[in-house]
Structures are given as structure tokens and as C-alpha cells.
Ligand binder design. Structure first.
Ligand SMILES: [Zn+2]
Length: 405
């Protein structure tokens, strides 16, 4: 997959010439039509090719209706061209996949990490779900469009990219404790992109680095065929808040969660080996656990309990506890080194959030104190993928960290 940063429209024309595409379908919304799709359309028409446009309202969601609209308006096309960010790219990648045609993207905001992805986030029967789709042949970037995109979308993209800080720590933690497979090259590439972006806040290259980081994260997910390099406990928290209809962009929630998760890692850094050894005797009280789930997952708590009861019961298994605790103690220095490397970024991250005016407190995005307090106990039940919040659930020390927030 090629990412084109210079002369996007001319390069796009060369791309369609080279591949001999004759009829094209542009998918956009009313906002992205004016700022970008109109130029794509002119480029196609100048070359005497057929071009049809499906233009959605600006607040479109990627649901059955939107997908149906593409199917209804489509006559014939040998390539789709998505012009937009999250929703438009999901609609494009899914319909292109269903019609077995290739597609390319013109992103219009650095808002999320799914551009290069091969899965689409759709809302089906009112529920958000992730389905198989295809990834783009190429991404053409008009930097002027990206730089002038709405501030909130840029903030969201920054939050989503900074979430990789804790996502990667969670991956390393799981690798060290449970031997989960890790790809060190992928890890380093993702790390380099978030660092490059964080270090360039306020500079000319910032938005390019941000979008590049987001696209790269998507490519790395595809490379390891898992979202592990891009999504950990900060995403579980964000999904939990989404479940509670906290209405702000995904990346804003992820960015906020990242700050809190970093403080869990900081707590672990200050945890003595003797304290860890003591936790061998700890047992999860299943009744209180169920109580929290009941509070946190109305109305689907029964399903969540069923999904997690096996996992949580295992935390009380004597042999399991002993093995994990011994491993933690044995590897404490190695884990501490990784945390120290990363935790040093905390101040820089806070400064960047201040500069970009990104929410740094849960109340700013409408989360109340009760919901906030149970978030860290509920998040591990969102997904089994091991994270620092799973470790704290195991150690029974979650509340000790949360009470200092
Ligand atoms: Zn994300």
C-alpha cells in the first residue's frame, strides 16, 4: 500500500492511468465534498473518465442505511474513492470489499488510526461491530486539507496515537509475564511514530507526523494481524465509556484514558517485591465482582458475567497466582526498565495536552465520579487481552491507584 504525500491529485491521476480504471465511484459527505472530493472529481473528469458521486449528510453513520445507499446508487465502477475520515473510510472499505473492487482514500482529517485497516467499524442493528473488509490500494494526502481540518478531529487523532504509549506497554507486559508473542520491529516502528509526533507538537511537521503515525499504526496492525500494537487498556476504558454513551470522539476518550493508565504503571514501578509476594494470599471476592459488573454493565451485565466468570475464577487458583507472582518478582527489574523509559514522557504528554487543549480530567467529557471509579474494575471485562488493568485486578490493588486520581 502506497501513501502519497506530494501532489496528491496529479499522483492520483497517474495512478488511475497506470491501472487503466475507466469508471470511478467517489464516496464522500457534504463537508468533504467541498474541501476535497470536488478536486478529485475534477481530476477524474479532466481525464475523460466516468465518475459518479455518492454524497452523504455530514453526520452520516456507517450503518445498513448508508451501505444500502451505496449499493442503490452504484451503477458500474472499477474502483471506489473514499474522501473523508472515519465513517466515510469505513463505508468505502466495506462496500468495496463486498463488490470486490479496489479502493483508495483521500483522508480529510488526522482523526483515527483506521485508514490502512482491513476491518470496518459498522453500526448494525444499532450495535457497533467490527467486520472484515479490505485495505486501500493507496492513500493520497492533501496536507492543506489535513491542516485545515476541524480542531476536534485533530485532537482526537492525537489522543488515539498517544494511546499507543500504553498499548505497547501492555503488550510488553503480557509478553514478559505470559510469553505472548511480540513483534519487536512492529513495536519499535509504532513507538517511533508516537515519539516523533509528540516531539513535534507546535512545529510545522506536526500534522504530517500525526497522520503518518496514525496510518502507520494501521499498517502495523495489519502486519501482525491484530490490533495489539495499537490498542490496550486505554482502549478498553474508552470502550467502557462508549458503552455508557459518553459522547465525544473515540480518540479523545483514548487520550484521556492513556494518562490514567500511565499512572497505574507508575504505581507498579513503586511497588516493592515484598508487597507483590504478599498478594499471593489475595482472592477476588466473586460477589463484589458481580456487584460491580451489575452496576457497570446495565442492561447486559448477565452476558458480561457469563463471558468473564471463568477468567475471574481462574485468578483465585492457587497455582496460577503463585506462578504469576513468581514471574512478576523475577522480572520486576525488566518491567521497571520499560516503565521508566516510558513514564518519562508523562510530563511531556501533559504539556502537549495543555497546548492542544485536550481534556485531561474525566469530568470534562461528562463522566461522573461513580462511573469513573468503577471504570478501572470494569474495563478488564471488556476484553480478555491482558493489560496492566488485568494485572491490578489480579493483585487486588486497583482501588489503591484509583483513590489517588
Ligand atoms: Zn483507537
Amino acid at each position: 500500500m502506497e501513501v502519497v504525500w506530494e501532489e496528491p491529485y496529479e499522483s492520483f491521476l497517474r495512478f488511475i492511468n497506470k491501472n487503466g480504471y475507466k469508471s470511478l465511484l467517489i464516496i464522500c459527505d457534504k463537508n468533504t465534498f467541498d474541501i476535497c472530493a470536488v478536486k478529485v472529481k475534477e481530476t477524474i473528469e479532466k481525464s475523460n473518465r466516468k465518475c459518479k458521486i455518492v454524497c452523504f449528510e455530514a453526520d452520516v453513520i456507517a450503518d445498513e442505511f448508508a451501505l444500502g445507499k451505496v449499493f442503490f446508487e452504484l451503477e458500474q465502477a472499477d474502483i471506489f474513492v473514499g474522501v473523508g475520515s472515519g465513517t466515510i473510510s469505513d463505508i468505502t472499505r466495506y462496500t468495496a470489499y463486498k463488490f470486490k473492487v479496489p479502493f483508495v482514500l483521500f483522508p480529510t482529517a488526522p482523526s483515527m488510526d483506521g485508514f490502512a485497516s482491513s476491518v470496518a467499524a459498522l453500526t448494525i442493528n444499532g450495535l457497533k461491530t467490527t467486520v472484515l473488509a479490505s485495505s486501500p490500494e493507496a492513500i493520497f494526502v492533501d496536507m492543506e486539507v489535513i491542516e485545515n481540518s476541524p480542531e476536534i478531529l485533530k485532537k482526537a487523532g492525537f489522543g488515539d496515537l498517544m494511546g499507543k504509549i500504553t498499548a505497547l506497554l501492555d503488550w510488553q507486559l503480557s509478553h514478559i509475564i505470559f510469553d505472548e508473542t511480540i513483534d519487536l520491529e512492529v513495536l519499535q516502528i509504532v513507538k517511533d511514530t508516537y515519539l516523533k509526533t509528540l516531539k513535534s507538537v507546535g512545529e510545522n511537521q506536526f500534522y504530517k507526523n500525526l497522520l503518518e503515525g496514525l496510518i502507520t499504526s494501521g499498517i502495523m496492525m495489519a502486519r501482525v494481524n491484530s490490533s495489539r500494537p495499537a490498542s490496550g487498556s486505554e482502549h478498553h476504558l474508552s470502550h467502557f465509556w462508549e458503552y455508557h454513551n459518553i459522547k465525544t470522539y473515540h480518540g479523545i476518550k483514548v487520550g484521556l484514558a492513556t494518562i490514567y493508565v500511565m499512572r497505574f504503571y507508575e504505581h507498579f514501578l513503586n511497588l516493592d517485591k515484598s508487597r507483590i509476594l504478599e498478594r499471593k494470599e489475595y482472592r477476588v471476592d466473586l460477589e463484589s465482582w458481580e456487584d460491580i459488573i451489575r452496576k457497570g454493565f446495565q442492561p447486559t451485565f448477565e452476558y458480561i458475567i457469563k463471558q468473564n466468570i471463568g477468567r475471574v475464577s481462574k485468578l483465585n487458583d492457587k497455582e496460577f497466582r503463585s506462578n504469576v507472582i513468581n514471574r512478576l518478582v523475577e522480572k520486576k527489574e525488566v518491567i521497571d526498565e520499560l516503565i521508566k523509559e516510558t513514564i518519562g514522557l508523562y510530563k511531556e504528554l501533559i504539556d502537549a495536552y495543555k497546548k492542544l487543549e485536550i481534556p485531561m480530567n474525566y469530568s470534562e467529557i461528562g463522566i461522573d465520579k461513580n462511573l469513573f471509579n468503577i471504570s478501572f474494575l470494569c474495563a478488564p471485562n471488556i476484553r480478555e487481552r491482558f493489560t496492566i488493568l488485568h494485572l491490578y485486578e489480579f493483585l487486588g490493588l486497583t482501588d489503591e491507584v484509583v483513590c489517588n486520581f
